[in-house]
Design a protein around this ligand. Structure first.
Ligand code: SAH
Length: 211
């Protein structure tokens, strides 16, 4: 069997067991996660564990998120295909790669230059051209391309994220892990004019957002 079909099989199995098998049923998200080989986004030495349902270290004390959590966060945005998304915390680039299959453009901000550079070259090598990665402090979002249809933050937030939230379009959705009283939960926050609707999605465990 070719390397490519092995990857496709492994990703399909991962999705069946840990994504669809745990209740995520958005067909577009399942398809994107079957298509993107997670092994290309983890350090070579961890490739054998790439299709397990675990976060894995990617260096600099950071991790690539667990597939189930990637699926939950992605499906919470209910992407149709024509959106522009801001991601804070590029990390390995895996989440950005999944988003890139489901929307028009992804703008991703990463504060660790080495991770940002690696993510860029992985995305390029894999043939993804609708993701831009900027090395910067994520709290300032990416003003030049704001406002965004939706926003995803992939590090755990415990402080005020108003500067990021202000870059979300009216009617937009922001999904992020928030830490309150030492407990992290994934939240969906919807901006509806002056109103903000918060929905708790599930427990989670992310590296901290550096404020
Ligand atoms: N989405 C990533 C996983 C992210 S891990 C993936 O698919 O692999 C969280 C990432 O957020 C780390 O790379 C970390 O360096 C980054 N991060 C933490 N605080 C940040 C900040 N203030 N600005 C930008 N990036 C930040």
């Amino acid at each position: 069997m070719s390397l490519r079909s092995q990857r496709v099989m492994s990703a399909r199995k991962m999705v069946e067991q840990y994504v669809a098998g745990k209740g995520v049923d958005c067909p577009r998200v399942l398809k994107a996660m079957e298509e993107v080989p997670r092994e290309l986004f983890v350090p070579e030495i961890l490739r054998e564990r790439a299709y397990s349902d675990h976060p894995l270290p990617i260096g600099y004390d950071q991790t690539i998120s667990q597939p189930y959590v990637v699926a939950k966060m992605t499906s919470a945005l209910e992407l149709k295909g024509d959106e522009t998304i801001l991601e804070i915390g590029t990390g390995s680039g895996y989440q950005a790669a999944i988003l890139s299959k489901l929307c028009k453009r992804v703008f991703s901000v990463e504060r660790i230059p080495e991770l940002a550079r690696k993510a860029r070259s992985r995305l390029e090598a894999y043939g993804i051209h609708n993701v831009s990665v900027k090395i910067d402090h994520g709290l300032w979002g990416w003003k030049e391309f704001a406002p965004f249809d939706h926003i995803m933050i992939t590090a755990s937030v415990s402080s005020n994220i108003e500067p990021i939230f202000s870059q979300l379009k009216d009617g937009g959705r922001l999904v992020a892990p928030f830490e309150r009283r030492k407990k992290q939960s994934l939240f969906l926050i919807e901006k509806c004019g002056e109103n903000i609707k918060e929905t708790r999605i599930c427990d989670c465990s992310f590296v901290p957002f550096i404020s």
